[in-house]
Design a protein around this ligand. Structure first.
Ligand SMILES: [Zn+2]
Ligand SMILES: [Zn+2]
Ligand SMILES: [Zn+2]
Length: 97
């Protein structure tokens, strides 16, 4: 259960996210929540947003992992495996409770 998918290991250190969805800013769209690609750092909007750019980015590029941009809600998501990683998953390692 503690094992992670191969995509998790491929996550790279990305820069800070934009203040908005990169694609929505271009087309004047709106978004609900922001997601950031963990392969190239692209900021996109979530699936509750009208344009779902984070998912569109995955379909276009195959970049499998995103993170939630909300600082108080820092989960990761793997599109390939439909797998959610909560901060606890990472915190548990080497940290006996
Ligand atoms: Zn995966
Ligand atoms: Zn968008
Ligand atoms: Zn990407």
């Amino acid at each position: 259960m503690a094992s992670r998918c191969a995509h998790y290991e491929s996550v790279v250190r990305v820069g800070p996210p934009l203040d908005g969805c990169a694609d929505c800013l271009e087309i004047g769209g709106t978004w609900v929540h922001l997601r950031q690609c963990l392969a190239c750092g692209r900021t996109g909007c979530c699936n509750q947003s009208p344009n779902r750019h984070a998912t569109a980015h995955f379909r276009e590029t195959g970049h499998p992992m995103i993170r939630s941009v909300a600082p108080d809600d820092p989960w990761l998501w793997c599109y390939e495996d439909d797998r959610l990683y909560l901060p606890d998953d990472a915190a548990q390692e080497g940290e006996p409770s």
